[in-house]
Design a protein around this ligand. Structure first.
Ligand code: ATP
Ligand code: MG
Length: 605
């Protein structure tokens, strides 16, 4: 391929909104351009690398027996109404109407569409398990698209879905997916960290995310210094750091005390000269689409359940909860949402807090709180001499004992685990890293197959519901992450497996003997299966060298008149990222370079 015949509009300038290396470099190297906020165009060079990532994913998915399909990106709203996600997906799903007024969805993911097909085609257990995937556009109306293609509105996802007669079969496919994902990222030259992820709110039973370490990562990960434990903070647990409470008989009697002008834990600690660990912090939360049964929950008798779709589970559209936790800790809203099977959980407004607790913000507590279900973190169940809000302005209780002065509706782990906490597996110290999610594998359970009424006949002729898994990889985000991990000051340093070309040939002046030699090398390389780009532009050598570095092609062959006229004519071969070029005889360069290219491809697997 000749440089002048393709379209690689490299830039000296960096786009103003490009704050991370991959975003800057994708634009500067002429790989991509922005069409609008969150929407991008891949230009020829970018698309070559993109297709290589896609192909690695495709090969590994095929290798585990997943079958490639391709769905329409626009999907009927009806399917989403069946699953209940027409309502629960919120603003991130783009809904449109066609000319006849029919509701359509620009797919943000495709559980519904694939489940719809499986429902129509499935009749017998003999057809299971089945695993299908596609590599296709998705649209999510992200509030704040950023970092270029890392978080776009339209992006490409490899999304796979599997259906099984039982959990055991699901587990086998889930494991295979995990292995395939590890291979995919290794072949892309990425070090990924598989972490345990939250799966509660979706009703699933297992979930793993594949993270790359990144300063701009949206995810906080907790890792153990001693063992393999790694989890997203949304899911991370820790070893209890408290002793069980002493006997209630020994606890001091409950006492109400005035606490004027002290409402934060820090202010109260100073006022009472005590430690935050002796406090019960109580926060009021508003949860949306709560699936958990609240019929026996305090203050919830009047709540009505609704079905977002005929077959979807009944939910409470809105419910309020008090969450109690030891004063030095924070409530993890994702854990709380998973516990309540809610689609969303957030702090209640000040007005709601006053209305529900009878006191301004800062004085809520579990003692005497009858208007709300209390969800107590496990840490509070170990307290029998605590300070807690007294549900009135400027007053707190002290000597509060769990089980004597209050009995929560639920006790659970809703704590945000932090660096320094102890590993739940081995007790080692946990530390934090920031991570970016590239892929996610998920045991979904029966959420979609039940709500969308998928059935099959088992060996005994009985009608059953299949169990389901779903598995995603962001292709664009993977590509951007490769650049994040493989670049230097001069530009991209592509791993061979995803490089848009394997070799760039730079003739110092594209004319005469230099031109013939450069073209002959290119033809020779291409014949051996090596992708070569000849920089035939009428530019200064320095410009061509800079562009070759910027676009990051793994090998650069410089063809110059002087070296060609030596007694043993030679060219210079340089590995991108290495300072020294090596002189190679012209008649050996094709074989030698091809050998190095294939060696590297082999190494990546
Ligand atoms: P995130 O938490 O980053 O929003 P998600 O959990 O919503 O991602 P999934 O629904 O699990 O993402 O989608 C599978 C994969 O699709 C993600 O692992 C990620 O690589 C990719 N992805 C999701 N949203 C975007 C986006 N807005 N832009 C680019 N890639 C995305
Ligand atoms: Mg995810």
């Amino acid at each position: 391929m000749k440089f002048s015949q393709t379209f690689i509009p490299t830039l000296r300038e960096v786009p103003a909104d490009a704050v991370i290396a991959s975003h800057r470099l994708m634009f500067r190297s002429g790989m991509a351009r922005k069409l609008a906020n969150g929407l991008f165009t891949y230009l020829p060079l970018g698309l070559r690398a993109f297709r290589k990532v896609e192909n690695i994913i495709r090969e590994e998915m095929n290798a585990i027996g997943s079958l490639e399909i391709k769905l329409s990106v626009v999907a009927p709203g009806e399917l989403w109404k069946e699953s209940g996600r027409w309502e629960s997906m919120g603003e991130s799903m783009l809904k449109v109407k066609n000319r006849t007024g029919a509701d359509l969805v620009i797919s943000p993911t495709a559980e519904e569409a694939v489940t719809g097909i499986v429902r129509d085609e499935l009749s017998s257990y003999k057809q299971l398990p089945i695993s299908v995937y596609q590599i296709n556009a998705k649209y999510r109306d992200e509030i704040r698209p950023r970092y270029g293609v890392m978080r776009g509105r339209e992006f490409t996802m490899k999304d796979a879905y599997s259906y099984h007669v039982d959990e055991k079969s699901l587990d086998e496919t889930y494991q295979k997916m995990g292995t395939a994902y590890r291979r995919i990222f290794k072949r892309c030259g990425l070090a990924v960290l598989p972490v345990r992820a939250d799966s509660g709110a979706m009703g699933g039973s297992g979930s793993e995310e594949f993270m790359v370490e990144s300063e701009i990562g949206d995810n906080t990960l907790l890792l153990c210094r001693e063992c393999e434990y790694a989890a997203n903070v949304e899911k991370a647990g820790c070893k209890p750091d408290y002793e069980a409470a002493g006997a209630l008989a020994d606890a001091a009697p409950l006492e109400k005390i005035p606490t004027p002008a002290a409402r934060t834990i820090a202010e109260l600690c100073a006022f009472l000269k005590t430690d935050a660990k002796t406090f019960i912090k109580t926060l009021i939360y508003r949860a949306v689409n709560v699936e958990l049964d609240l019929s026996d929950a305090p203050g919830c008798a009047f709540l009505k359940r609704v079905r977002l779709a005929p077959e979807a589970p009944a939910v409470y559209a809105e419910a309020f909860f008090a969450a109690c936790i030891r004063g030095d800790l924070d409530v993890n809203e994702m854990k709380l949402a998973a516990l309540l099977k809610a689609s969303e959980v957030g702090l209640a407004s000040d007005a709601d807090v006053e209305r529900l607790t009878g006191a301004p913000v800062g004085f809520a507590g579990p003692v005497g709180l009858a208007s709300l279900p209390v969800v107590a973190d496990e840490t509070t169940a170990a307290l029998n001499d605590a300070v807690a809000g007294a549900l009135e302005k400027d007053a707190h209780y002290r000597h509060v004992a769990y089980g004597r002065d209050f009995t929560p509706w639920l006790v659970a782990d809703v704590r945000t685990v932090k660096a320094g906490d102890r590993c739940p597996a081995c007790g080692g110290e946990l530390y934090e890293k920031k991570g970016n999610e590239l892929g996610h594998i998920f045991k979904l359970g029966y959420k979609y197959t039940k709500s969308m009424n998928v059935r099959f006949l088992d060996e005994n002729g009985a009608s059953q519901t299949p169990v389901m898994g779903s598995y995603g990889i962001g292709v664009d985000r993977t590509l951007a992450s490769i650049i994040e991990e493989h670049h230097d000051d001069a530009g991209i340093v592509w791993p061979m497996s995803v490089a848009p070309f394997h070799v760039v040939i730079v003739p110092i002046k594209y004319e005469g003997a230099v031109k013939s030699a450069a073209d002959a090398i290119a033809v020779g390389l291409e014949k051996s299966g090596v992708e070569a780009l000849v920089d035939d532009r009428n530019e200064r050598a320095g410009v061509k060298f800079n562009d070759a570095d910027l676009i990051g092609i793994p090998f650069r062959i410089v063809v110059g008149e002087k070296n060609l006229t030596l007694e043993a004519p030679s060219v210079e071969v340089r590995r991108r990222g290495e300072p020294e070029a090596k002189r190679v005889p012209v008649d050996a360069v094709v074989q030698e370079t091809a050998g190095m290219v294939f060696d590297e491809l082999m190494k990546l697997g």
